[in-house]
Design a protein around this ligand. Structure first.
Ligand SMILES: NC(=O)c1ccc[n+]([C@@H]2O[C@H](COP(=O)([O-])OP(=O)(O)OC[C@H]3O[C@@H](n4cnc5c(N)ncnc54)[C@H](O)[C@@H]3O)[C@@H](O)[C@H]2O)c1
Length: 248
């Protein structure tokens, strides 16, 4: 028996990195999963490898009309949605506030934060039909504190925003059996992190108690728990997965 038997999930940013890992783990545990991403080629290939319980829809998470299309396609394929993992995100430029241009700031806010509002707005009606729901918003350690002058103000602000939205959703929809939690990863071995360490994030590595980056699958274990009914009394909470980085 799978830990997500009977569940219908949307995972955004699922063509690579942590989103890919979460989608794989969800399928393994019996869920039906709609993978979405801007990158159509890898997403289609991955969904085909994962079999009949996986589908892919191309989506820009910043567009409400894309969300409407993804929800309709998921319901048509699998029925009402019970899990949403708002995972898609970008690092954006690593630069000081004075040098951060307004367009870059807006882009980071839009992809990392506004998308999670649009996701909740679009998916909650389906969860209300199902009578149950779990929303897992991927934030960051940067959603709890600023870090070594890295990453940018925009990234920090976007990840604080997702944490606040998570609590608002938990408060509003708890009575409807819909839970919402935020996940705050430290340094995870994904293409985004390779980019980030090139940009100077490498200095932070010495702060990790376990002395290594996490593999994406280690984050999937936490996301799986929060998505499943095993976490039925957990909502409105922050969940750090950082090997002690924030314990200093
Ligand atoms: N890697 C880390 O160490 C780390 C740490 C803390 C938080 N995070 C967060 O975890 C999440 C996943 O990060 P990752 O490291 O797997 O990143 P990644 O760059 O490896 O993957 C992100 C995916 O999101 C997709 N994406 C980007 N913009 C999109 C858009 N507008 N619409 C749809 N899809 C879009 C990309 O195509 C990509 O497939 C992000 O929200 C990131 O901020 C990552």
């Amino acid at each position: 028996m799978g830990r997500l038997d009977g569940k219908v999930a949307i995972v955004t940013g699922a063509s690579r990195g942590m989103g890919e890992s979460h989608a794989k783990r969800f399928i393994k545990e019996g869920a039906k999963v709609m993978l979405t991403d801007l990158n159509e080629e890898s997403g289609q290939k991955l969904a085909a490898e994962l079999g009949d319980n996986a589908r892919f829809t191309k989506q820009d998470v910043t567009k409400l009309e894309d969300w409407t299309r993804v929800v309709a396609a998921t319901e048509e394929a699998f029925g009402p949605i019970t899990i949403l993992v708002n995972n898609a995100g970008i690092l954006g430029p690593v630069t000081t506030t004075v040098d951060l241009d307004e367009e870059a700031y807006q882009k980071v806010m839009s992809i990392n934060a506004d998308s999670q509002f649009l996701g909740a707005k679009s998916v909650i009606p389906s969860m209300l039909k199902a009578g149950i729901g779990s929303i897992v918003n991927i934030s960051s350690l940067a959603g709890l504190r600023a870090n070594y002058g890295f990453p940018s103000l925009a990234y920090v602000a976007s990840k604080f925003a997702t944490r606040g939205m998570t609590k608002a959703i938990a408060a509003e929809y708890g009575a409807n059996n819909i839970r919402a939690n935020s996940v705050h990863p430290g340094f995870i071995n994904t293409p985004m992190m390779v980019e980030a360490t090139d940009e100077g994030g490498g200095d932070a590595l010495k702060e990790i108690f376990l002395g290594r980056l996490a593999e994406a699958d280690e984050v999937s274990s936490l996301v799986l728990f929060l998505a499943s009914d095993e976490s039925s009394y957990i909502t409105g909470a922050e969940h750090k997965i950082d090997a002690g980085m924030s314990a200093h």
